[in-house]
Design a protein around this ligand. Structure first.
Ligand code: TRP
Length: 472
């Protein structure tokens, strides 16, 4: 087995720390920003039912697979694939590329969120009539959001450069419980608003007329995005886990927390939306336009709730982007033998550039399109709509067909010392059902999406990587 950059691999300090770090990675913009607006756009409860099916059948199994590969090899994504079978290097490289792409827009939204804590606190969001303009003007500004984005990235750099245990784990242990408390507080408060019932009904009562082929791809892509799957993130986190912990139960706990927070975010948002007669299908602006309007309507207490909400949102985003940065850093440490600090600075420097482009694409550069979309959407759509799902399909095929069944069993039962009763079911899901299911959903979804040239471009990237991977 290859040695890591600094000779001895760092490990998580405790099971609780690992679970908090992994849940911290999973719980992020995906839960609080994307899940509510996708639900709003795709028929409420109907989308939630399809999403839950994707999470339980596909997401959970893939997470178990990623943890297994990571801990078995004790290497981050690229190394984990490469040491098992060189032909698969490209799948790891695709993961590193996905990390860069997601980090192309993630810190921009993280920066917006941090800015909104400050804007709520200084009363800039207290006039309900001005909120939509405030958001448009803010995001289109060529300087202000970039400064917030840079500040946000600096915090990421500080955490990741402190390493796995002292940085990422320490941050997760404090930030995740904080997030839970804040979200529960807001949910309880909002469910008690007069007229909140309609929101609960929207959230939990399925409207099947809104469901199409695209809904399934949206739900699948969201499951991957929200659970941090399909690009080696959980492989990397699994590689720092000691041999004593149970992988299936860890994956289950992380999945339950992630899904719980998504639903909780729905409960924090929709009842208030309906109580104030706002539009649930507002798209990505839901969190930054519609919700602040609701808070502004509430008056003084709304200001307080708004501050809390955006603190929670920023905290959630932070523990996730840290994991994305770590995927690249771990690759550089494992495969390029770089020192951690250097790896962090170099990676972050590239992310600063992509982040600036994304941020500008909301204003100055809004006319500049790559294959029909602005830079921000380019990064977002490519990862969310293809790279993650296809990456998930690769990990399933790799584990199901290129790793030995005995090795998988050995790893999942910690050498036979613990039980994993569902092993056969999991194995068959990974080997047959999931690759097929993803292929079908991806095919139907990709062909029903408007951005055809973008999709073809994405697939071309994967093919090129597959051909040239041996050189990497
Ligand atoms: N899961 C995070 C969210 O919901 C984002 C994220 C972090 C992610 N690491 C990832 C998404 C790896 C895909 C893959 O916001």
């Amino acid at each position: 087995m290859e040695k890591t950059g600094n000779g001895k691999r760092e490990n998580w300090g405790s099971k609780f720390g690992f679970i908090m770090a992994a849940a911290g990675s999973a719980v992020g913009l995906g839960n609080i920003w994307r899940f509510p607006y996708l639900t709003g756009e795709n028929g409420g409860g109907a989308f939630i039912v399809i999403y839950l099916a994707c999470v339980l059948i596909i997401g959970l199994s893939i997470m178990v697979a990623e943890f297994t590969v990571g801990r078995r090899t004790s290497l981050a994504a690229v190394g984990a694939y490469k040491t098992t079978d060189r032909r698969w290097t490209f799948a790891g490289v695709l993961g590193v590329l996905s990390a860069f792409f997601i980090m192309g827009f993630y810190p921009v939204v993280g920066g917006w969120s941090a800015a909104y804590i400050f804007k709520s606190a200084t009363g800039l969001l207290s006039d309900p009539a001005a909120i939509v303009d405030t958001f448009s003007a803010f995001t289109a500004n060529p300087i202000e959001p970039i400064l917030w984005m840079l500040g946000y990235l600096v915090v990421n750099v500080i955490i990741v450069s402190k390493g796995v245990k002292g940085g990422i784990e320490a941050a997760g242990k404090v930030l995740m419980p904080t997030l839970f408390v804040l979200l529960i507080f807001i949910s309880i408060r909002n469910v008690m608003l007069p007229g909140a019932g309609a929101g609960m009904e929207f959230l939990f009562k399925p409207d099947w007329t809104k469901v199409s082929g695209g809904t399934f791809l949206a739900a699948l892509g969201q499951a991957f995005f929200s659970l941090s799957l399909g690009m080696g993130c959980m492989i990397t986190y699994g590689s720092y886990l000691n041999k004593k912990e149970s992988l299936p139960s860890s994956a289950l706990q992380v999945t339950i927390m992630d899904t719980g927070v998504a639903i909780l975010a729905g409960v924090a948002i929709f009842p208030a939306l309906f109580a104030y007669g706002m539009e649930p299908a507002a798209g990505p602006s839901l969190i930054f336009m519609v919700l602040p309007t609701v808070f502004a309507e509430m008056g003084g207490f709304g200001v307080f709730l708004s501050i809390i909400f955006f603190i929670a949102f920023t905290v959630a985003a932070l523990t996730s982007s840290v994991s994305l940065l770590e995927v690249v850093v771990a690759y550089l440490i494992d495969e390029r033998k770089m020192e951690r600090k250097k790896a962090v600075y170099g990676t972050a420097a590239i992310m600063v550039c992509t982040g600036i482009l994304s941020s500008l694409s909301m204003g100055l550069m809004s006319e500049f399109k790559i294959l029909g979309v602005v830079v921000f959407d380019f990064f977002d759509i490519l990862t969310d709509k293809i790279f993650l799902a296809i990456g998930g399909m690769f990990i399933a095929i790799f584990v199901g067909w290129f790793m030995k069944k005995e090795d998988l069993k050995d790893e999942l039962t910690n050498g036979g010392t613990i039980k994993f009763g569902l092993f056969e079911i999991w194995y068959n899901l990974i080997k047959f059902v999931i690759p097929l299911a993803i292929a079908v959903v991806a095919f139907v979804g990709i062909t029903s999406i408007e951005q055809t040239s973008l999709m073809i471009f994405g697939l071309a990237i994967i093919v090129v990587l597959a051909i040239f991977s041996k050189k990497l």
